[in-house]
Design a protein around this ligand. Sequence first.
Ligand SMILES: [Zn+2]
Length: 82
Amino acid sequence: MTKSKPKNKPKSKTKSKPKSKPKKNDLWWKCSSCGHTLQRATPPETCPACKKICTFTEVSCYTPECGGPGKIDPQLMGGKKF
Ligand SMILES: [Zn+2]
């Protein structure tokens, strides 16, 4: 008789820890109200400069021309509206 081993394999608990890499290069946000820029992962609800609840436009740079991630895109800062 063969003893069927009960499946007692210690299930390696899959740590569902999302690899959240600490973002060194947060995004740059520009307040639509006063033009204040701040570097954050996510834009704040209220602008720390004008204390208003305003829209924040992302002005981070994505091209090496303006310094790459972690820098502000001057073109976006120029307020070029398409
Ligand atoms: Zn503002």
